[in-house]
Design a protein around this ligand. Structure first.
Ligand code: AMP
Length: 556
């Protein structure tokens, strides 16, 4: 081997070691005792794409909306459920549907990394083309083997006999491969093909365990909890509501985020009486009313149930009719003719509208039971004074819906104007391994609700402090601390500056904070027991004893 070749090999060997060290480092994180390296320019962090911070004073409106939901839902007999934001991927695939956009494209799923490695190891034929590619492939095998070992040791992967065995075989194989490389066998040859070919096959014997995903919606987790905690033993139906973040890797735009918030409710168990559908919708509209949301429009539809004499028959007919007009449709709709023809009805594309309007309508193809149910839901809504619009094209994007579906739009939201969606899902609990259970629910997009409220001028009122305490002197400070405690106990919001400020400066700060009053405490006030209260709006001042001050503020 020439010196030049030796140097090249050394460099490649060093590259493998660097990759191993980097992998280890990533796995363990940076040790606490390491100072950030001076040469690294200070990175300014930002919330990641599609996520955002909610800050005061806006969060006051969020809290108000959530509080209103708690109160209104409470009056309808609902209790709160809090489920984890991370669940088994399979739960969502089975309930929402593996073919839906939400599951197939938008879910945040772990562990991606080992899977990613594994996919990359499919490229053995490429690796056999030259020395450089062979080197990279070997590198991948070594790092994958290390990662597997670490993940197994840390109990992040199932410690089954097969997994332990595969991990050991892979470790032996990678050290054999490294030995071979170090002995100067760096050209692709049949022995490399054989050795690395074994690695390529082995990695697929490995069980990476159940994948986990961030929840893209709340119904699946709620149904899982209903089953897991045997809630079918409770008086039925069980009425639950939830609120919290959901995650979907969508293209961000106004009203569409990757981390967004939903407030939802589910009625599980008991009957599928149309009154349940109507009362749930009544609750929803009451909530929107109490939030002050104006200009909402409720659309309802029935998508029947999945039998040949009902939705399945209709879908077959729809597919046939869509095939006939296929060339008038865009690429997405053309694809959906095969995968999910109902979703074609959702299309917002201008040129498809006249075609879709001529398609057969589901309402004409429901079975008698579903037709009767739908008519009764409408009647029940009318009894409750709930105004609705029928929309035969409302099919919803998640697979589990049947019979009643509904959606509410609100103004000021541009193209993402759906502020709530919901529907009946009678088979879902059973599909997830529970007993046959009726179910219906909705999810409100809280971000959009807030956006619409803000657009209509119902945003958060600026929040000032009630009282700013301007103090000077050590004795006054002790009194100021006591005054702050008493005022806060009486539910006033108080700002107590942590260091002494000249009165002029303190009053300036009080105004900037939007405080209503400044309580001025100097040596004189403390000595007399007569405190000065300044009304910042008009600059007027009055002297009050401590007791009189509390009474005065309480009466306002
Ligand atoms: P879905 O769970 O898809 O039925 O959606 C229910 C409601 O959640 C929708 O009507 C929206 O208001 C809201 N929503 C869904 N996806 C997003 C998103 N990516 N960003 C903000 N809100 C969303």
């Amino acid at each position: 081997m020439s010196d030049q070749e030796k140097a090249a090999k050394r460099a490649q060997w060093e590259e493998i070691n660097r990759a191993k060290a980097a992998a280890k480092q990533r796995e363990q994180g940076t040790p606490d005792n390491l100072e950030p390296r001076a040469s690294v320019t200070q990175k300014q962090f930002q919330a990641i794409r599609g996520s955002r911070d909610l800050l005061p004073p806006d969060t006051a409106l969020w809290n108000h909306v959530e509080q209103t939901a708690r109160e209104v839902f409470g009056t309808f007999g609902f209790g709160e459920v809090r489920t984890p934001v991370i669940e088994s991927t399979e739960l969502f695939a089975r309930s929402i549907g593996g073919e839906t956009d939400v599951v197939s494209k938008e879910m945040y799923t772990f562990p991606d990394e080992l899977d990613f490695f594994r996919q990359n190891l499919r490229t053995i034929s490429e690796a056999m083309q030259d020395e450089g590619r062979l080197n990279r492939y070997l590198n991948l095998v070594v790092v994958f083997s290390e990662r597997l070992k670490d993940a197994l040791n840390a109990n992040r992967l199932p410690q089954t006999e097969t997994n332990l065995d595969v991990s050991q075989q892979l470790a032996d194989l990678s050290s054999e491969a490294l030995g071979r490389w170090n002995n100067g066998k760096t050209k692709p040859d049949p022995e490399w093909q054989n050795l690395l070919g074994r690695a390529e096959t082995l990695v697929w014997d490995f069980d990476l365990g159940d994948k986990e995903s961030l929840r893209p919606e709340g119904t699946a987790g709620t149904c899982r909890a209903y089953i897991e905690h045997n809630m079918q033993q409770l008086p039925q139906p069980v009425k639950l509501y939830y609120m919290g973040p959901m995650f979907r890797r969508e293209r961000p735009q106004k009203g569409r985020y990757r981390q967004f918030y939903q407030i939802g409710a589910e009625v599980l168990g008991g009957a599928d009486a149309p009154a349940i559908d109507a009362e749930l919708i009544e609750m929803l509209m009451t909530f929107f009313g109490k939030c002050g949301l104006q200009g909402t429009e409720l659309s309802i539809n029935s998508i029947g149930h999945s039998r040949d004499n009902c939705r399945r028959g209709y879908v077959a007919l729809l597919r046939t009719e869509l095939e006939k007009v296929k060339d008038k449709l865009g690429a997405d709709s053309q694809r959906r003719i095969e995968t999910n023809p109902l979703r074609v009805l959702d299309s917002k594309l201008e040129h498809e509208q006249s075609v879709i309007e001529k398609l057969p309508r589901i309402g004409d193809h429901l079975c008698d039971d579903c037709k009767t149910h739908h008519a009764a839901v409408k009647h029940e809504l009318e009894l409750r004074g709930v105004v609705y619009r029928e929309n035969w094209r409302l099919v919803r994007g998640l697979d589990y819906y049947m019979r009643t579906t509904f959606e509410i739009t609100a103004p000021g939201l541009g193209s993402q104007n759906a502020v709530c969606g919901g529907g009946r899902y009678d088979g879902l609990v059973e599909l997830l391994g529970g007993p046959p259970t009726k179910g219906i629910g909705f999810a409100i997009g809280e971000d959009r609700l807030i956006l619409s409220l803000e657009e209509s001028g119902k945003g958060a009122a600026p929040q000032g402090r009630d009282v700013y305490i301007a103090w000077m002197g050590e004795r006054a400070y002790a009194t100021a601390i006591r005054a702050a405690k008493d005022l806060r106990n009486a539910d006033f919001s108080v700002e107590l500056p942590p260091t002494e400020l000249k009165f002029g400066k303190a009053l300036e700060r009080a105004s900037k904070l939007g405080s209503r009053f400044a309580l001025i405490l100097g040596d004189n006030e403390v000595a007399d027991g007569q405190w000065t209260l300044k009304t910042l709006r008009d600059g007027s001042q009055q002297k009050l004893t401590e007791q009189a001050l509390l009474e005065y503020l309480r009466k306002l």
